[in-house]
Design a protein around this ligand. Structure first.
Ligand SMILES: [Zn+2]
Length: 131
């Protein structure tokens, strides 16, 4: 009997610890959110390094870096500066490229293959940047 009580106490202590951890985590996230600014809803399209998407550019970007799936996005420089961290769908990307067809509230997302570009199509998503 005595042993049972001590287990319950242990479980309760663990739950309290988890609760405390969750609270501190959510506080950290909300503090992080304060530094983030919503730019509104953008049209998101996809491109790759192929000739029909990028002409002769391949995976070279305007920033001089090699384009990488899950990181590189192409933006209108008047809206988002190159090097800006941009959050789309909870994932952080970096504005590393520009494109003649990317104007205003439009982001072109880099993919490593054209089949993924076709599958992606066109989406409308809220876009966030670090203030
Ligand atoms: Zn392509």
């Amino acid at each position: 009997m005595k042993k049972k009580i001590s287990i319950i106490t242990l479980v309760m202590a663990m739950l309290l610890a988890v609760g405390g951890f969750t609270t501190s985590t959510s506080t950290a996230v909300s503090a992080k959110n304060k530094k983030v600014k919503c730019l509104g809803t953008y049209k998101i399209t996809a491109y790759c390094g192929c000739r029909s998407c990028s002409g002769g550019w391949g995976n070279r970007t305007a920033s001089g870096r090699r384009a990488k799936q899950g990181r590189t996005i192409s933006v209108d420089r008047r809206k988002i500066k190159l090097g800006t961290k941009v959050r789309i769908n909870g994932h952080w990307y970096i504005a590393q490229d520009v494109g003649g067809g990317v104007k205003g509230k439009h982001i072109d997302m880099y993919f490593s293959s054209h089949s993924q570009v076709k599958r992606f199509g066109k989406k409308y998503r809220k876009v966030y940047v670090v203030k």
